[in-house]
Structures are given as structure tokens and as C-alpha cells.
Design a protein around this ligand. Structure first.
Ligand code: FES
Ligand SMILES: [Fe+2]
Length: 384
């Protein structure tokens, strides 16, 4: 710990019309969302063979499915006949290894997307079945986390996908065997804001004592509107004071993010042995996900744009098999706590979005503690 990240001077935020202007939105979809690896879900959402799930990224619908042999593939959820959506539900199970279009019943092989049959009485000579398979979406499964990329030329790079500090945690994360975790709960919400508003809110804690009383009580440094000891200009003097109010970490006696701070006997031994582990570690991958590792669970929050002013948030809670099996473990405690925080943030994001439409103001301002928002803005400007 040698540096403070706080900004030396206030800087301009992004132009306010970047949060609603349709042309600008399309530019971000093109340059960012169609080129970057984005997070889809944990593999264990697709528990059984033939199970599938769909997700919406702006106007694109993607289908991720596990075939009868258990291998997972992602396709654009579009029939090659006249473009109907193939699987309508967000989650479901195929009856067989065939994907049948609900419109005129063309059928596709679930394993490779190849067109198997049309419903026409004759097959014209110039009709080439082999050219009409489903369009695949590039996929990478990293530690049980499914990432997708619309750009077929893109190459997976852990370093480029996770932001710098998160990339440094990756080797530790790999030791947690996350592919073995089970999905205990999934929560979804559509928020009326641009996707960047979500990330800006996530990237600062100036709002914490005001909007998150419960969280600021559990993580005392947040009550000081800070996330790191070095956010305080006096941090060198505070370094010897062990109180979590200065050092970060959970309040004394607490073990995890839950309504009573307890991990109910499910502390991860490996994490507890890490001397730097303060009860939570965050990892971010722009534009689509952050995850938080706690001693008894992992939470992943996926962010997908639906339109210029609507964003879908999906949170998955992962637990070790033993935790899920333990009937005495009350999962509701961790779920409720995080949902409270996410609802509070969602409301703030909507307030932010509502006030942006003001032709007399060109942009907002970033204050010293908002350095991570500046990093996000710099990243975005490099991409578009
Ligand atoms: S659009 Fe799918 S079969 Fe016609
Ligand atoms: Fe917040």
C-alpha cells in the first residue's frame, strides 16, 4: 500500500447526453458491447443436459444451451428461416437434442446448431441446408463463469477482461474452485437508467452513509464515504489504527455480508487463512459484471443494457455444495442483505438518470474520491 488513488483535482464527468442520446447509445453497443467479453452466467445455471437460458443484450437475444452430451454452446437466438426467436423463455429445457422454431418448425441440432429439417414439402435445388445453421456466439468458460463475445475474431484475454486490480486477484480466485459452486438464488431487476449510471454508482461510496445505512454499519469504512484507507489524505497517520473504520473490512464480530453479519458456520478455510482477506473481495469486468467473494458465498452481478435508458441487473448467489445441503443454513440472510443494498442503489441510479435531461448542463463533475469512475470513463473513451 503505497499510493492514494484519489484525484488531485475535480474533473469533468461524461457529457450528459451520452446517457440518453440514441446515436451515442448505438455507438457504445457497436464499439463496446459487440466487441468486449461480457459475462453470461455461472455454468451450473445449466444443470441438466438439454437445459438452456436466454439473455438480452440491447436488441440481441442469446441462447446458451447444454446439449444431450453436456457440452455448452451459445447461439444468437434467431431462426434462419425468417428470423423468429427460437427459445422464448429466459430459462427452460428442450424435449430432445433438437431446437424447433416455434413459428414454422424448422429444427436445428442442439449440439452444433446445424439445420436438420425444414417444414416445406419439397427442398428446392438451390437450397443449401449446410449454410443455414444457427449463428454461434463466441464463448469462454473461466472457472465456471460463462463469458460471451459477439465478435467472432476476439481472443479471450483474462488480463484485458478484468480491470487491473481484479486481474491481480485472478490466481487466488482460481483456487476457490468456483466451477464446483452451486447457484443458490438468482435475482433480477430492470432499472430505468443507462448502463453507465450503474457502473458509476458502483464505483464510489460518497453515497454510502446516506443511502446504505445497513451496509455502512456492516462495513464501517463506508460510513466515512470511502472504500480504501488511502482515500483519506491522512492515511499514513491512520495506518497503525486497526479499526475497520480506517482499514476497511467488516465490523468486529461479523463474518459476511448478511443481515446479522454471521456466516452460520460456513467460513471458507482457504479464505480465512489469507492474511489480507477482510471479509470481502471484489473483482470487476467492464462492461458487464462485478463479483464479490465472501467467506460463505460468492455473489455475481451482471449488468446488461436493454435500451439507452434501461438496464437489466441480475444477481447470482453461489454457495459450496455443503452450504446448500445444510438445512440449518439460512440463505435468506445473505440474499436479503444484498437485495436491500441493490434496491437502494437501483433507486439512486433512477434518480440520477431522471435528472440528466437538462439542455443547460453539458456534464457533471467528479470529486477526488470518484477515481474509479474516472478509470471507467477513461476505459470507455478508449473503446469508442
Ligand atoms: S421463422 Fe423459424 S421456421 Fe419460420
Ligand atoms: Fe451503493
Amino acid at each position: 500500500m503505497t499510493n492514494s488513488y484519489i484525484l488531485k483535482k475535480s474533473v469533468k464527468s461524461l457529457p450528459l447526453n451520452w446517457y440518453y442520446d440514441l446515436k451515442h447509445y448505438e455507438k457504445e453497443i457497436d464499439k463496446v458491447w459487440k466487441n468486449e467479453w461480457f459475462y453470461a452466467c455461472h455454468i451450473n445455471n445449466l444443470d441438466e443436459p438439454l437445459s438452456y437460458l436466454t439473455l438480452q443484450v440491447s436488441s440481441f437475444n442469446v441462447l446458451i444451451l447444454k446439449d444431450k452430451e453436456g457440452s455448452i454452446t451459445a447461439y444468437l437466438n434467431t431462426c434462419r428461416h425468417r428470423g423468429s426467436i427460437l427459445c422464448k423463455e429466459q430459462k427452460g429445457k428442450l424435449k430432445s437434442n433438437l431446437l424447433v422454431c416455434p413459428y414454422h418448425q424448422w429444427s436445428y441440432n442442439a449440439s452444433d446448431g446445424g439445420l436438420v429439417k425444414t417444414s416445406s414439402i419439397i427442398t428446392p435445388k438451390n437450397f443449401k441446408k449446410s449454410n443455414l445453421g444457427l449463428i454461434k456466439v463466441k464463448m469462454k468458460i473461466w472457472n465456471g463463469l460463462i463469458f460471451l463475445n459477439f465478435n467472432n475474431k476476439s481472443k479471450w484475454s483474462l488480463k484485458k477482461t478484468f480491470v487491473d486490480y481484479a486481474y491481480e486477484y485472478a490466481p487466488e480466485f482460481e483456487k476457490l474452485e468456483v466451477d464446483d459452486y452451486k447457484v443458490g438464488y438468482v435475482w433480477k431487476k430492470t432499472i430505468n437508467c443507462n448502463w453507465k449510471i450503474f457502473w458509476e454508482n458502483y464505483s464510489e461510496c460518497l453515497h454510502c452513509p446516506n443511502l446504505h445505512p445497513e451496509l455502512s454499519d456492516l462495513v464501517p469504512i463506508y460510513s466515512r464515504r470511502m472504500v480504501d484507507i488511502t482515500d483519506d489524505p491522512q492515511w499514513k497517520k491512520l495506518i497503525k489504527n486497526p479499526h475497520p473504520k480506517f482499514q476497511g473490512g467488516l465490523r468486529e464480530g461479523s463474518e459476511t455480508w448478511s443481515t446479522d453479519g454471521s456466516a452460520q458456520g460456513h467460513k471458507n478455510k482457504y479464505l480465512e487463512d489469507q492474511k489480507d482477506f477482510q471479509g470481502y473481495v471484489y473483482m470487476t469486468t467492464w462492461p458487464s459484471m462485478f463479483l464479490a467473494v465472501f467467506t460463505d458465498h460468492i455473489r455475481l452481478v451482471r449488468v446488461l443494457p436493454l435500451s439507452s435508458e434501461t438496464t437489466e441487473i441480475t444477481s447470482e448467489w453461489l454457495f459450496k455444495k455443503e452450504t446448500i445441503k445444510d438445512k440449518k443454513y439460512d440463505m435468506k440472510k445473505v440474499v436479503d442483505f444484498a437485495v436491500t443494498v441493490m434496491e437502494q442503489d437501483g433507486e439512486a441510479c433512477e434518480l440520477n438518470q431522471k435528472g440528466l435531461h437538462n439542455p443547460s448542463i453539458k456534464s457533471g463533475i467528479l470529486m477526488p474520491e470518484e477515481y474509479e469512475i474516472k478509470n471507467f470513463h477513461d476505459w470507455l473513451k478508449r473503446k469508442i
